[in-house]
Design a protein around this ligand. Sequence first.
Ligand SMILES: [Zn+2]
Length: 272
Amino acid sequence: MTNFDDIPEARRETLITSVEPSSAKSSSSVTIWLLMALAVLSLGGAAIWWMRSSAATANAPNVTPAATPDSVAKSAEPNTENTANTSDTNIPNTATSTVSDQQNASDNLLGHRSYEIAETSSLVPLSTNAMVLLKPEVAQKVETMMAEARAVGISLDAISGFRTLEDQRYLFFDLKAERGQTTQTRAEVSAPPGYSEHHTGYAIDFIDLAQPATQLNASFEQTQAFRWLEENAAYYGFEMSFPKDNEQNVTYEPWHWRYVGNQESLELFYQD
Ligand SMILES: [Zn+2]
């Protein structure tokens, strides 16, 4: 008779049962049946193993840690955006980036929201500084604001408006490396590329020409230009983007304002 000793006990019974009716056949025939049964069992086992491992892969939890604004710790370091160089003003406005660069961006990165890059053809330069490109409606309001401030002896001006992805890559990655900053420390003073309000053409960095040392510095809040903005900017549709203790946990930037005076800009800055 056939020897079943190499077959596990659980399978032995069914094999014996199925083999019994053909016990009259030769032992070679029984061996072929056994081999076929073993092959079927092996294939079945392999199929089950494959299905289980596939399911396990599909159900694997996403363990990528997500950075949240809350995880960005406030730094006691002074804002260094204006040190070493005046990077904000020296960047050529060569818009080679496209909106498609933004397609994979998530809505929020290190406390900064994602923004599409404005078409440069939709922007106009400021009369006092051709490097500052803004949406026409914003530029017109800023021109009026500067004239109104000038009328009362205040030298309000601007040094930065629209920025390309390349501009922001330099400001974020290159300066981060140059200064040996951590990602989170850098994010407190600069938005990652694709996440700057300056990409929209609706954000602007104001200065007081009478006090150049306060450019892009928290000390800008002590200038006449800042006091004028505090009292008047809302009448022109502007608000400070990053006031003290803002929800985004971005360092206080009294010089950085955004226009929220029309539907498009309001949706840009307030829509979830
Ligand atoms: Zn700014």
